[in-house]
Structure formats: structure tokens, C-alpha cells
Design a binder for this molecule. Structure first.
Ligand code: KIV
Ligand code: ZN
Length: 386
């Protein structure tokens, strides 16, 4: 039987930390409700202690969604946990996400502490959080660069203290997929109580490997993936939700599924991009403007013969109306004919060849050819609709 992968969305926390992407409370509610429709399992609504505005937004989101877990981030600090618990009071399913740095680099240079003291703080934070909810996620920050033996000890201790989800962040986006996958496997093999918790992947995209690393985590037993819409997030961003959801859908050999309603992906991508004033790069996988656009002659001919020659996803599956055949100077006769037929022109082979020669002259001097350009061209050649 296929395993469910829980989708933990952190667009409103890790994503919203990006300079210029801040949302007001109403906008956050709009995004949270769209995430619920999309079918995510957990919404990380914010970091309640960070500002009164973030606290209020977490309270508002907790009251605005029904059927999804609402999570608040904390450091392993008593007041953070008390404030997060207060903010989450109205949630049907509250989760506290607490944690601390786990790499020697963070322990030494950020906390100026020792492994033992960090472990004690992590355990104390989880125990305190358990007073407020049974759903506790622990993050071992910078786990990607942490020593696996210490990481395993820390994870065992926080699970014993009551953590139900253990998050293994590659905070700096350092890992290769094999390394990250091996880390998850190491924890499965070396943490005696690991079956009492869900392992979660939280990957950053500094080397462009966030999605690959998250999938490597899933292949090695992680059953939750933390991600954001459009992959927005600190620096080069987080794992992109739409990529993970579609990788899992396309590759049935992973033997996993998510509850993501994939036709909602395009709409929520546009909503987040607009509200956060963060354009999506045209070649972004799944939701970029060009993700289903074909412009070279060879590809266009192939797609017109059978879409699956060059598409592994159906555009409707992610909420895009249809594939696009873009006319440029790289297009072939098949693409030109496709558009002319659409506009009502039925040309013989010979006429099409003549029109194509003129079309190339026009396309060389213009980046994209629109319907209007084609009708003008046909008018200039005195060819009318038959
Ligand atoms: O990247 C990270 O380590 C985080 C944690 C706070 C979960 O965002
Ligand atoms: Zn992060």
C-alpha cells in the first residue's frame, strides 16, 4: 500500500521571512484558506513571539481554517513556547514547532554552548510544549551539517520527551541528495524510538537541490515534507510545494501519495506571487509561465503529433488550461499551420510553404508573433479564410 506524505506548508513563516514579502493579516488568511483548499496537512502560520502582528495573524489563521493543523514556530525558549501556545488556542488542531541548532557550527558559533547543554534545552522545550498540545514537532536546526551520531542522540531524547514529528532541516542547503537521504536512513537505523515519530524534511535551495533532497528524504523513510508555494523562502528559498507534489504524483514507483489537489496549484501560485509581489521565473517547474509552452519547431511538431512526446504532465493536472505553441523564428511549419487553422485558414502544402517564408522574415524582427500579426500577414498576401 502507498504511504501518505504529509505536506507541511511554511509559506506564511519561512516564506514570509523574505524581505518585501510580508503580508497583512487579511492576506495571510486568504493564503491560509487557499492552502486548506489545496489540501496541505499542516500550515505553519508564523512565529508568534516575533511580533504582535505575527501573533495576531497566527490567532486569526487558527480561527479561519477547520480541517488542517495550524503550527506556530518557537525557539527552545520558555516564553516563545508559552506565547505560541496562547496564539494557537483557537486552532482545531494546534502544533508547536520548537527546536534548536544541532550542528557543531551552530552549537559553537551561534549558541556558544556544548552538545550536552543543547540536548538538555531541546528536551526541556519539548516537555514544556507537551503541556499545551500533544502535537509537537522538534527541529534540529542545521541538521544537514550536523554530526549524525549526535543528531541521533538528540532525536532519540526529544522523541522520549514527547516529540511526535522530528524535523531534519538542511538549513543552509548544503547537502547532496545522497548525503541527505543517507542522513534520514541513518536516523531510521540508529534512533531506537524513531517509529514513535514522523521524520520531516525541511530543505533550502542554496545549491538548487531542495526538491531533490526532500525526495531523497522521502525515499529513505521521511513521511513529511516542508515546503512553500513557488519555493519562496530565506535566501534561495525553500523546497517548492508544487514540485514535491508533482514528483510524488508522476513517479508512482515512489509508492507514496499526498492529498494535494493539484489543479489548485497554478491558482495559488499566482495568488502568492501577487500578494507577496514576488514574480515567478518563467521557466519555474510546474507553475512558470513557460512550463507548458513549446517554441522550437522540433518540439512543436512533436507536441502537435502527441502531447506526451514532450510533456510528462498534463497542464490541466496543475490548473493550466492547455499547452501553448508559441510562434517565434524557431517555429516550424507545423506550428504555423496549427495557428492558421485555428484562425480559420485552410492552406495547401505549397501555399503554407510560401507563407512560412514570409512568416520567418517577420519572426526574425519580432520576438513573439500574435494572432493579429498572422492576420495582418495573411491580408498582405491576399489570402482569406476559406
Ligand atoms: O531552515 C530551518 O532550519 C528552519 C527551522 C526554523 C525549521 O526554518
Ligand atoms: Zn527553513
Amino acid at each position: 500500500m502507498a504511504d501518505k506524505i504529509h505536506i507541511f506548508d511554511t509559506t506564511l513563516r519561512d516564506g514570509e521571512q523574505v524581505p518585501g514579502c510580508q503580508l497583512n493579516r487579511e492576506e495571510k488568511i486568504q493564503v491560509a484558506q487557499a492552502l486548506e483548499r489545496l489540501g496541505v496537512d499542516i500550515i505553519e502560520a508564523g512565529f508568534p513571539v516575533s511580533s504582535p502582528g505575527d501573533f495576531d495573524s497566527v490567532v486569526a489563521i487558527a480561527g479561519a481554517v477547520d480541517d488542517v493543523t495550524v503550527c506556530g514556530l518557537t525557539r527552545a525558549v520558555e516564553n516563545d513556547i508559552i506565547v505560541a501556545a496562547e496564539a494557537l488556542k483557537g486552532a482545531n488542531r494546534p502544533r508547536i514547532h520548537t527546536g534548536i541548532g544541532a550542528s557543531d557550527f551552530h552549537i559553537k558559533h551561534k549558541f556558544k554552548s556544548t552538545r550536552e547543554k543543547i540536548l538538555e534545552r531541546g528536551v526541556a522545550a519539548v516537555k514544556l510544549a507537551r503541556n499545551y498540545t500533544d502535537d509537537i514537532e522538534f527541529y534540529a536546526e542545521d541538521a544537514g551539517r550536523a554530526d549524525n551520531e549526535f543528531l541521533a542522540r538528540l532525536i532519540e531524547a526529544v522523541i522520549s520527551a514527547g516529540a511526535t514529528v522530528v524535523n531534519i532541516p538542511d538549513t543552509t542547503g548544503y547537502c547532496l541528495p545522497e548525503m541527505y537521504g543517507a542522513k534520514i536512513k541513518y536516523l531510521r537505523d540508529n534512533v531506537p524510538n524513531i517509529d514513535k515519530a514522523i521524520i520531516s524534511c525541511h530543505c533550502h535551495n542554496d545549491l538548487g537541490l531542495a526538491t531533490a533532497n526532500s525526495i531523497a528524504g522521502v525515499q529513505n523513510g521521511a513521511r513529511q515534507v516542508e515546503c512553500t508555494i513557488n519555493g519562496i523562502g530565506e535566501r534561495a528559498g525553500n523546497t517548492s510545494l508544487e514540485e514535491v507534489a508533482m514528483v510524488i504524483k508522476v513517479h508512482s514507483a515512489l509508492n507514496c501519495y499526498t492529498d494535494i489537489v493539484s489543479p489548485e496549484l497554478s491558482g495559488i501560485s499566482k495568488m502568492v506571487s501577487r500578494l507577496m509581489r514576488m514574480p515567478v521565473q518563467p521557466n519555474k517547474a510546474i507553475v512558470g509561465r513557460n512550463a507548458f509552452a513549446h517554441s522550437s519547431g522540433i518540439h512543436q511538431d512533436g507536441v502537435l503529433k502527441n502531447r506526451e512526446n514532450y510533456e510528462i504532465l498534463a497542464p490541466e493536472d496543475v490548473g493550466v488550461d492547455s499547452s501553448e505553441i508559441i510562434l517565434t523564428a524557431r517555429s516550424g511549419k507545423a506550428a504555423l499551420n496549427h495557428h492558421l487553422e485555428r484562425l480559420g485558414f485552410d492552406l495547401s502544402k505549397e501555399t503554407l510553404s510560401n507563407v512560412y517564408t514570409k512568416f520567418l522574415l517577420m519572426a526574425d524582427s519580432k520576438k513573439n508573433i500574435e494572432d493579429r500579426d498572422l492576420t495582418d500577414l495573411m491580408k498582405s498576401l491576399e489570402i482569406s479564410i476559406n
